[in-house]
Design a protein around this ligand. Sequence first.
Ligand SMILES: Cc1cc2nc3c(=O)[nH]c(=O)nc-3n(C[C@H](O)[C@H](O)[C@H](O)COP(=O)(O)OP(=O)(O)OC[C@H]3O[C@@H](n4cnc5c(N)ncnc54)[C@H](O)[C@@H]3O)c2cc1C
Length: 585
Amino acid sequence: MQEYHAPLADMRFVLRELVDWPSLMKLPGFGEVSLDVAEAVLEEAAKFASGVLSPLNRAGDVQGARWQDGRVLTADGWKQAYARFAADGWSALSCGTEIGGQNLPRTLSAFAEEMWNGANMAFALCPMLTRGTVDAIELRGSPALQRRYLAKLVSGEWAGTMNLTEPQAGSDLAAVRTRAVPLGDGRYKLDGQKIFITYGDHDLTDNIVHLVLARIAGAPAGVKGISLFVVPKFLVDAGGKPGARNDVHCVSIENKLGIHASPTCVLAYGQNGGAIGEIVGEENRGLEYMFIMMNAARYSVGLEGVGLAERAYQTALAYARERVQSGPIVGHPDVRRMLLLMKSQTEAMRALAAVAAVSLDAARLHPDEAQRRQAQAFADLMIPVVKGWCTENSVDIASLGIQVHGGVGFVEETGAAQLFRDARITPIYEGTTGIQANDLIGRKLVRDEGRAAEAVIEQMRSLARSLAGDGELSAAAAAFAGAVDALHRAVRHVVDHHATDRPAVMVGAVPLLKLFGIVAGGWQLLRSASIAQQRLASADAAAAGFYRAKIGTARFYADHVLSQATGLAHTIVHGGAAALTDGVL
Ligand SMILES: Cc1cc2nc3c(=O)[nH]c(=O)nc-3n(C[C@H](O)[C@H](O)[C@H](O)COP(=O)(O)OP(=O)(O)OC[C@H]3O[C@@H](n4cnc5c(N)ncnc54)[C@H](O)[C@@H]3O)c2cc1C
């Protein structure tokens, strides 16, 4: 398998040209990180990704995480790589300086995350979940919890996990049964079983901080009776020192299709008298808090999709340039089509994720409340799209990567098969695509009667109008305008019929999420192509090649991907009845 190379040229383009970096730097707290500094961070991250993480990817897949004598061992080299990751400060990039982080914009750290995922997604999951734990404790934890846990988590000395799932409670978290009994001194005793816990146990850090959803005895049934607890593997004293072993134990790890090196654990709480936990925030508001963290985690899982797609494209392109069958296969029209599908969608996903990250930064830091609210509305709308669309695409793109390889793609040595296996989990965890689509419709479209979506659609239309008479881009702009109309039609249908014909509308939920992704991705590619066109006149030869490719990529996407929009809109508007007809299944 060839090593991962971070797509620095495209990342630089997105940072310098597509994203308004100077405006981002005006947000209070960022302290004016220059573009040169931002690029230097990306270059260092790229070296770490290709030099340290990527070489462990295949070996980790083959060896996997192991459960031995009650302990979970990570693959060879993992511990050293993790220690370097933490020592080099990569776990702390976008955490605030007051808790030991570097306070860099999410817009920048998202690129680093994409690199970790492209290089070695099984590894990247550990810091990703730790970051989620930091967010929850920082936002809702008591000052005492914050004092004892945050610094060690931010530094990477300790790792974090998310414990939601139980055998009977997957997508439906109302069914959570793990119990928490108050001890009367602010602490609780937990017992129950959690399954599928990523990095639920391992040997990378001295302590593991579990965030656990559980029900306090006597709490109301359903989602309104769930609380959030911090349960450390080793109990932490008031001074922050780990001491006695807590009663949470890994009882097995899963044998999985992919991400073999990421231990997926069954965790037993309270088998020997009760696991000691402390509550985060108020009783019975756990699911609400977990959602804050889940939104960040869902965005991060979207970046897993982008990273994997990029690597699948790199691997396939390199092979297609070498493999000769009636000439190098890269010259065959169908292989070009496959490679361009991979490339154009990956660039669209990266650009959309970056634009969403800008709004995450603005929603957190903008001094003007109206601007903060607007940014939050855009981020809220885009998070299920980034999660659902980028991850579903990553599976398709990794599958195309195998196809480009022909028979050897099906053989493990090329690495194309591993990317496909690893990608397959991304549309499942942190809420399946079906759950993302429910979120998009229920919380993001219906709740405000489509207003946030209509505002985005208006921005898209304005771009299409501005490029309508543009020779080279006019056909792509026309295709985009048609796709935006299709999206608008579908959004109106869903908003207008959700109350009266809910099952039929929900048949179209995932197609709508996909349509949203396709059109929003096309929006960013067309913006990119328009910028590239403006820069071409003054570009040197190397830059001109990049800009011309940007224009060509957007044109390809218009004919091959945006063209799916009208079909999807048809399915959303008309596909309900046939799916719900009795006797068909
Ligand atoms: C490798 C791996 C790592 C994981 N890591 C973690 C972790 O760290 N922490 C954690 O808590 N969990 C973790 N999970 C669990 C994961 O989040 C769940 O598997 C996922 O949320 C789906 O739940 P489920 O498996 O019970 O599937 P189910 O909920 O049974 O879903 C089965 C199918 O039904 C659909 N479905 C269910 N409800 C609805 C609905 N209301 N509307 C439409 N469709 C619906 C789903 O989309 C899916 O297609 C992990 C899982 C795996 C496999």
